[in-house]
Design a protein around this ligand. Sequence first.
Ligand code: ATP
Ligand code: LTN
Length: 339
Amino acid sequence: MTANSGKPVLLSGSAPSGILTIGNYIGAVRNWVQMQQDYDCIFILVDLHAITVRQDPKELLQRSYQFIAQYLACGLDPEHHILFAQSHVPGHSQLAWLLNCYTQMGQLSRMTQFKDKAQNAEKANVGLFAYPTLMAADILLYDADLVPVGEDQKQHLELTRDLAQRVNNIYNAEIFKVPEPYIPKVGARIMSLQEPTKKMSKSDKAETNYIALLDEPKRIKRKIMRAVTDSGEEIKWDPEGKPGVANLMSIHSAFSGKSFAEIERAYGGQGYGGFKGDVAELVVESLAPIQKRYHEIIDDKVYLNNVLRDGAERACVRSQPALQRFHDAIGFIPAQLHG
Ligand code: ATP
Ligand code: LTN
């Protein structure tokens, strides 16, 4: 069904690093769930990308299962779409190598993420340097039409487009589809609870800055009650002047569906205490069904492995044509494999 649904292909990837937060949920995962109605979706757990930073093996394994279980609990549908682990589909590493041979060192040196993450380029591992060509491979393998990415990944998507066009030009053929970036209409940017001018991030070291999708109700309440606001007492939409309050309003709005004007009206003259209590209640209630489903499936490794196997098998099939077109164009002897 997925291969020929006729719908545009939407592809996104996320690394099993850190811990999923309500920022990731509101800004990404929830939108993916919605977009399943209109697109043929491919969701990749990019574990090959995760090892550009040294990982503890046990933790990586556990976190990878946890991420998959959380995506499923949020409503990603592995039957009608494809959800898989990047390391299970060899085409990603293969195409990344090929693309490395069409990418200039200078281009990769200019990537701001590399400059940020590798303070000392001499000591950085080559994987970190080549991270964007692996991401380009993820996208180009599946003839993706649309790639929803945050601001920080736009440069990598530009490089992907550039590589696709370059290869197509060199061989004067449409080997790769040139993907479009996709900026979802909805989806607020959720900020850190303690430093509301900084975005809530899944790799933040300080627990009090974020709400994890799996945080227990008590912990959620504690974090929201202690969230930084300001010395005033007015619930008003003013992201510049009152970033803490604005952030709590965004969280309220994301889960209640109410507009900022409605929230202002509802809490007029009430001070911060009651408002924070309600935001906490909303978050707890909204996450409850996700957490319930998560706990039902996280220990069911047979189910999770079946989902991953099925996803990887379909991804392998889907990734073949693009890889084959490129091999043929390059001039490799066609492989004569049995079965
Ligand atoms: P890291 O801190 O490790 O860079 P992250 O929390 O920024 O991680 P990513 O893996 O970079 O998460 O992003 C996954 C998706 O979640 C992206 O589409 C990104 O736009 C979205 N996202 C991440 N944080 C937020 C946030 N605070 N508000 C809204 N969307 C977010
Ligand atoms: N680099 C991205 C994760 C990522 C991705 C992708 C996103 C890897 N491969 C393919 C979209 C499409 C990040 O850090 N968020």
